[in-house]
Structure formats: C-alpha cells, structure tokens
Ligand binder design. Structure first.
Ligand code: GLU
Length: 472
C-alpha cells in the first residue's frame, strides 16, 4: 500500500483497467480473465553471503497466457513485493498488446538492495533464482522470457542465460530464454538505449499532433520545449540524450540525492560524468541545486519525464506540477488520484504502458534474432549497398551532377542491425501513438490518454481470447 492510498499498486492497475473496460464490449467473464494474474510464483532460497546464510525472497508472475511466451523484466530492489510484481506483470500484458509484441505479460523481482552485495554474491543470487525458475518451468524461449528492469542489466541477463544453457544442453533456441543480453551473448544492438529512445519517439509523435498541442497551448513539434527528467538511470539518461538531440532543453535532472536546474539546459554526458566522479548530481558547474529531489517534479517546464519508480506523483503533489505534458518513462509513476487531477486541469499524461514499451519492443527483436540465428542485416546489407551505388551512379551519369560525400555515404549505406532496430522501434512507437489517439478522438467520453491506451490493450487481448476460445 502507498502512504496516501488505501489500495495497492495492483489495485490501481485494476482501477485503470475498470475505468477503460466500460468503453469496450467484452463479456464480463472475458474482462475478468484479462485482468487476473494467471500464475504467481513466490520463492525463498538460501544463498551463502560471506560467513552467513541469507534467505532471499523472490517472485515471478505470469499475468497472461493469451500468447506465449510471457515477457517482462526482473528487478532487484528492496521495495519488491508480490503486489508490485503482479502490477508490473499486468502492465506488461497491456504494453505488449498495444505495441503488437506477441507475448503475454510477466515480471520478476528479487527483494535485495544490489548495492549491498559483491559482484560474485549477485551472480550467486541470480543463478540460484534462475535455477528456481527452471525447476518450475518459469523460464524458456517458449514459456517465459525475462529481461532487465530496475536494478538489473546485461550482466545479470548473461548469468541467467549461462545458467539456463548449462541446464538445457543442446537446446538450439536456448539464447531466446532471456533478452537484454550483451551483444556477444546473443543480444541485439540497440537494446540498451531502446526504452529511452521509445519514450522520445512517442513524445515526439504526440508533439507533432497540431490539434493536441493547440489544446495544451503549445507550439507543434519538439523544438525549444523544456524538459525535466527524474532519474538518471538507463532510461532517464537516454531520454535526456534524445530530447536534447531532438531540439529540446533538458532544464533539470533529479536523482536520489537532489536535483540540478539550469534554464540553458544540460548535456547528459557531462552530468553523468560529474555524478560518477563526485558521487552526486549536486554542485554541477553553472547549475542551481535543489536539495529535495521531489521539487524537480514541480518545476516550470513543457515536458516532465518521471523515469525512476512508481507512485512519485500522487494526490499531494499533483496539483503543484506545472508541466503541460507528462511522459511516464517509469512504470506507474502517477497514482489514479493524480491522474484525475491532471485530467481535470488538462495536463496530458502519456501513459507508461505504451510510452516505455521501447524496451520490450527491442527485446522482441532480440528474441526473433535468437530464434532465427542470424544477425539483422547480414543477408541484405551488401546487396542494398551495391544496388544503391548503382542507382546513384546512373542518376549522376544522366544528370551530369555529383552529390556531396555526406549525401553519398547516406544514400549508399546498407542497413546495419542497429539501423533496423532503431527504425523498427520508431515505426512501432509512431503506430501505437496514432492508434491510441485515434481511439481517444473517436470516443470523446474517454477521459484521458491512459484510458484510451487501456481500451486499445483490452480490445487486443480480448480478441485473442475470443479467437482462442475458452475451454468448455
Ligand atoms: N523491464 C522492461 C519493461 O518494463 C523491459 C521488459 C522486456 O524487455 O521484456 O518494459
């Protein structure tokens, strides 16, 4: 339960679901089935840490089996509990449906503070957790495929893969049992930056919609918009990078220790280096310190990006938030009460379960790569380059004009893996944004974009159940 509310994170996902279900035509039984968590695996296992034995609490939840495998990250955090993992697994189901990634939702969590352990101890915990998943058939390329989440990354995914492979010798598709792996272990180029890049593509598409910007009193397009980012982890860092490159000014960045503000904007690389060398964001040259990091959420800006944890914007602070657009890069950063406040004040909340879907979208590309056993672009890159050279040569010969070297490199270039992954992600985020906005526009009773996104998800999962048929 959060401090302000008497309902849990999973209840809040259920509330958002119920709000949207009213705008769909599904049988109540189907709606109940979509909403329920199908399997919840709670485990305790012992790990020797130094000279003592620690009993570790962990979870894996498979929210929906309407498609296989289940998909979703594993987080390492002291805040992990069953309710949180259930809520996050449910969000994964809806997220995958919206971006047409053919997976059911899943999520895992280990209740530890990863900073308190050595690398060797973390490896032991991760490998033991994987073994527990294997025992109960809760991991595998066709059953359930974990990925990074809060507190985990490519290193942990490599340990999971290695444990799985060791226990499934000869399984030809074993590399598809986990995504977010290092590229040398079957990962895909472009996965690391995928979530932040997806957030950027989604918000850019929203900002390119003139009618939406007119309603908010903002100019169309991203150019010159001010952005505040809460969290400088993987997602926040790449959000800052792409918004800056897209013509925005990142005027504030917040982390545990506080926040920094500069109306002229920050370069995230410099801020990252400063934090690494001094251990804190604070005292960045030329910036004003905000000692309470929550104050950054209330700064004057066009776009606010919460990119850390859930429930950071609630009934108490929502009325003081001045941003016109809030892009939920984290999962569940806004409580339902805060949502109501924003809807009433005409603040546009671009919801998590579609906006942060870039990670799982590129995980899907990685899984496809693993099952096809070939790097993207390997077959066609050289062919395209030869063809492009030939076409350009012909044009130059006929027109008797030469293009510049920069243009030549750009036109002749055949797509590499990272080009294909980025463009696949861009296409996915643009299509999803338009689909959700279309639902919202054609049904004016829908109060906010989150509800429209849920309607989109419920209709897709509902269709899947209806087509599967329900056992008699
Ligand atoms: N943990 C990420 C999320 O919440 C990625 C999940 C995945 O790639 O499966 O969407």
């Amino acid at each position: 339960m959060s401090e302000q509310n008497n309902y849990s994170f999973f209840n809040s996902v259920e509330r958002s679901f119920d709000k949207a279900a009213k705008f769909t035509q599904w049988d109540p039984g189907i709606l109940e089935q979509i909403k329920a968590c199908n399997s919840v695996y709670q485990m305790r296992f012992p790990v020797r840490i130094g000279d003592r034995i620690e009993v570790i609490e962990a979870y894996r939840v498979q929210h929906s089996h309407h498609k296989a495998p289940c998909k979703g990250g594993i987080r390492f955090s002291l805040a992990v509990n069953q309710d949180e993992v259930m809520a996050l697994a449910a969000l994964m189901t809806y997220k995958c449906a919206i971006v047409n990634v053919p997976f059911g939702g899943g999520k895992g969590g280990i209740k530890i503070d990863p900073k308190k352990y050595t690398e060797y101890e973390l490896e032991k915990i991760t490998r033991r957790y994987t073994a527990e998943l294997i025992k109960k058939n809760f991991i595998g390329p066709g059953t359930d495929v974990p990925a990074p989440d809060y507190g985990t990354g490519a290193r942990e995914m490599a340990w999971i893969l290695d444990t799985y492979v060791a226990m499934h010798p000869g399984e030809v598709d074993a590399a598809g049992c986990v995504t977010g792996k290092p590229v040398s272990q079957g990962g895909v180029r472009g996965r690391t930056e995928a979530t932040g890049m997806g957030v950027f593509f989604g918000i850019r598409e929203v900002c390119n919609m003139k009618d939406t910007m007119d309603k908010l009193g903002l100019a169309t397009g991203l150019e010159g918009k001010t952005v505040v980012i809460q969290g400088l982890g993987n997602v926040g860092f790449y959000c800052a990078k792409y918004f800056r490159q897209g013509g925005c000014k990142v005027v504030a960045i917040a982390e545990f220790e506080g926040a920094i503000y500069n109306p002229d904007g920050f370069n995230e690389e410099e801020v990252f280096k400063h934090r690494k060398s001094t251990g804190s964001l604070l005292n960045f040259p030329g910036a004003t310190n905000l000692v309470k990091n929550a104050d950054a959420l209330e700064l004057d800006c066009d776009i606010l990006i919460p990119a850390a944890l859930e429930n950071v914007i609630n009934a108490e602070n929502a009325p003081r938030v001045k941003a016109k657009i809030i892009g939920e890069a984290a999962n569940g950063p806004i409580t339902p009460e805060a949502d109501e406040n924003f809807a009433a004040r005409g603040v546009l909340v671009v919801p998590d379960m579609y906006l942060n879907a870039g990670g799982v979208t590129v995980s899907y590309f990685e899984w496809l790569k693993n099952l096809s056993h070939v790097r993207y672009g390997r077959l066609e890159k050289r062919f395209s380059e030869n063809m492009n050279k030939h076409i350009l040569g012909q044009i130059e010969e006929l027109t008797e004009k030469k293009v510049s070297d920069i243009e030549r490199n750009f036109i002749e270039h055949g797509a590499d893996e990272v080009d294909l992954v980025h463009s696949g992600l861009e296409e996915t985020m643009i299509t999803a944004t338009r689909e959700i906005m279309e639902i919202w526009k054609t049904n004016p009773q829908i109060p906010d974009m989150r509800t429209a996104a849920y309607v989109c998800a419920i209709n897709k999962v509902g269709t899947s159940y209806a087509e599967l048929g329900i056992f008699p």
